[in-house]
Design a protein around this ligand. Structure first.
Ligand code: FES
Length: 128
């Protein structure tokens, strides 16, 4: 099946994920899991004003979820809230560079949801 053949880029991010680890004293942390497989991701973010200054993740999962987390965290570093808010499924697919089955799409979107929720939870803290 075409979507099961991962590109070198995906495998490279899976084996050497960028931004893997924790941030000491993050402004916000958000954890999420894929209920279908139990894989988990935890996102740590430090902000500088409205920008993402530092972002890291921990957790475990399949090649797609880990590569997606690595690519998304690279992509949003230094960007502002608005940029993260507007990130879509298509942006993630573009980063990964392949089409995905609905099953695999859930894997790819798990980190996107976690990153967005981390940003939103920080925003809602700010408004309190
Ligand atoms: Fe669990 Fe992909 S199989 S996130």
């Amino acid at each position: 099946m075409r979507e099961e053949i991962y590109t070198e880029l995906i495998m490279e991010h899976y084996k050497r994920p960028r931004n893997f680890g924790k941030i000491s004293k993050p402004d916000t942390i958000y954890s999420d899991a894929n209920p279908l497989c139990g894989d988990e991701i935890k996102v740590y973010v430090k902000f500088s004003g409205k920008k993402i200054n530092e972002i890291k993740f921990t957790g475990h999962g399949c090649a797609i979820s880990q590569a997606s987390a690595s690519m998304i965290t690279e992509f949003v570093k230094g960007k502002n809230f608005e940029f993260v808010k507007n990130l879509s499924k298509d942006d993630v697919l573009k980063l990964l560079g392949i089409e995905l089955s609905p099953m695999r799409l859930k894997c790819a979107l798990l980190p996107l949801k976690a990153v967005k929720m981390a940003v939103y939870s920080h925003l809602s803290k700010d408004q309190k």
